[in-house]
Design a protein around this ligand. Structure first.
Ligand code: WQD
Length: 355
C-alpha cells in the first residue's frame, strides 16, 4: 500500500520539486496551495515530468473547514509543510500578513493534523531563525542560538518550530525541522523553477530576468562588506539537492515509527515523540559578484549590474555547517552552483519563449 503524503505549498518553487522527487520515490502525493506565489500551470508541468497529475486542492490554510474536508477524504501518512510567504523584505513591510498567513494558517494545519491522527511532519524552516550577533555568520550549526530574529519572516519560522515542539512533547508527533539556506536552481527538464509573481526579491531569479532582457540590470546591494569582493556572501543550495534532503528526512521519520512499533512491544512508552533539526546547505559561501560571473559564463554574455546601497536587514556572510545532515541523514549536496545556474537558465529561456 502506497504511503500518502500531503505537500502544502506543493505548487511553489521548492514544493513542486518535492512533489516530483516523492512521486518518483513511490509515494502518493496530495497537493494544497493557495496559488499566491505560483500558478496552476505548474501542476501541468509536474504532470508532464512524471506522467501523472497528483490530486490538487486550491485552498488557503486560513480555511480550517476546507482543511478538515481534505483530511476527511484522505488517509495521510504525513505532511511536508512548505506553504508560507517567504520574502524577507516584504515581511518587514507587512508584518500582519506574515503573522496571519504563516502562523495562523499553520496553527489550523496542525490542529487538523492532530484531529485526524496525522502525526508525522517535515517542516520547511529557514536559516533566518538563527540569532545572528554579527554580520559574519560562517558555518552556522543547528546548535547555534535561535530566536531574536532580524525579520518577521524569520520570526514566523521560529514560532512554528516552537509549536512543533509542543506537538512532539504532548502528542508524540514525529517532527523533522529542515533549515534551508539559499535555494537556487531548477528541474533539469526546464519545466520547473523559481518564477515568483512580480519583481523577484531573490538574487538568482533577478539575474535570470536580466539575462532574458525582461529586466534591465541587477542592482548589487552593497560592495563594502567585509567579504572576498565586498558583496554579500550566501550558501546557495540546489533545489534538487534540497528536496533529496527531504526524502532522507522522511525515511528517518518512518524509521522512528518502525522503531516505535518495535519498542511498543517492550514497554508502553508514554511519549514516543521525535524532534530533530537539520541545516540543509552546501557549507560554503558564494558572493553576489561571483554569482554574476558564473551566470555570465552560463548565458554567454555579461549581465549588466550597478552597485547600489546596502539592503536593510542584509548580512555580510551567511553559510551553513550541514555536517549533521551528512552524518545522520546520509545526505550531502551533489550539484554545483554552475549546474544550478545552467538549469535555471534552461528554465528561464523556456519561460521567455512561452511569453
Ligand atoms: C542574496 C544576496 C543580497 C537581490 C533568502 C530568502 C529567505 C531565506 C534565505 C529561505 C544578498 C544580494 C539580492 C538583488 C542583490 N530563504 N542581492 N541584489 O536575503 O539571503 O534570503 O534566503 O528561508 O527566504 O529571502 O537572499 O537572494 O534576497 O539575497 O545584491 O537584487 O544577494 O544583498 O547578499 P537572502 P537574496
Amino acid at each position: 500500500m502506497k504511503k500518502t503524503i500531503l505537500i502544502t505549498g506543493g505548487l511553489g518553487y521548492i514544493g513542486s520539486h518535492a512533489v516530483i522527487e516523492f512521486v518518483k520515490s513511490g509515494y502518493e502525493v496530495v497537493i494544497i496551495d493557495n496559488l499566491s506565489n505560483t500558478n496552476i500551470g505548474v501542476l501541468d508541468n509536474i504532470a508532464k515530468i512524471i506522467n501523472y497529475k497528483p490530486k490538487f486542492y486550491e485552498i488557503n490554510l486560513i480555511n480550517k473547514t476546507g482543511l478538515k474536508n481534505i483530511f476527511s477524504n484522505h488517509n495521510f501518512d504525513g505532511v511536508i509543510h512548505f506553504a508560507g510567504l517567504k520574502a524577507v523584505g516584504e515581511s518587514c513591510k507587512n508584518i500582519g500578513l506574515y503573522h496571519n498567513n504563516n502562523i495562523v494558517g499553520t496553527i489550523n494545519l496542525f490542529e487538523t493534523m492532530e484531529k485526524y491522527g496525522v502525526r508525522n511532519i517535515i517542516f520547511s524552516s529557514s536559516a533566518t531563525v538563527y540569532k545572528v550577533n554579527s554580520e559574519i555568520n560562517t558555518g552556522l550549526k543547528e546548535t547555534n542560538l535561535t530566536g531574536d530574529t532580524s525579520n518577521p519572516y524569520g520570526t514566523t519560522k521560529f514560532v512554528i518550530e516552537q509549536l512543533l515542539k509542543d506537538y512532539k512533547n504532548h502528542k508524540s508527533w514525529k517532527v523533522i525541522n529542515l533549515r534551508y539556506f539559499n535555494p537556487i536552481g531548477a528541474h533539469t527538464s526546464g519545466l520547473l523553477g523559481e518564477n515568483p509573481n512580480g519583481i523577484p526579491n531573490n538574487l538568482l531569479p533577478y539575474i535570470m530576468k536580466v539575462a532574458t532582457g525582461e529586466l534591465s540590470e541587477i542592482g548589487v546591494f552593497g560592495n563594502d562588506y567585509d567579504t572576498v569582493d565586498g558583496t554579500g556572501v550566501r550558501d546557495y543550495i540546489d533545489v534538487i539537492d534540497l528536496v533529496r534532503g527531504h526524502l532522507k528526512a522522511w525515511e528517518l521519520v518512518e524509521n522512528q515509527n518502525t522503531k516505535g512499533k518495535m519498542e511498543k512491544k517492550k514497554v508502553e512508552s508514554k511519549n514516543n515523540g521525535f524532534f530533530e533539526t537539520f541545516n540543509l546547505g552546501v557549507g560554503k559561501g558564494v558572493s553576489v559578484l561571483e554569482m554574476i560571473n558564473i551566470a555570465n559564463k552560463v548565458v554567454g554574455k555579461d549581465i549588466p549590474y550597478t552597485i547600489k546601497s546596502r539592503r536593510s536587514g542584509d548580512l555580510a556572510i551567511v553559510y551553513s555547517d550541514s555536517s549533521k545532515a551528512n552524518k545522520i541523514l546520509g545526505w550531502k549536496t551533489k550539484i554545483s552552483t554552475m549546474e544550478s545556474i545552467e538549469n535555471s537558465w534552461k528554465f528561464y529561456k523556456k519561460l521567455k519563449i512561452k511569453d
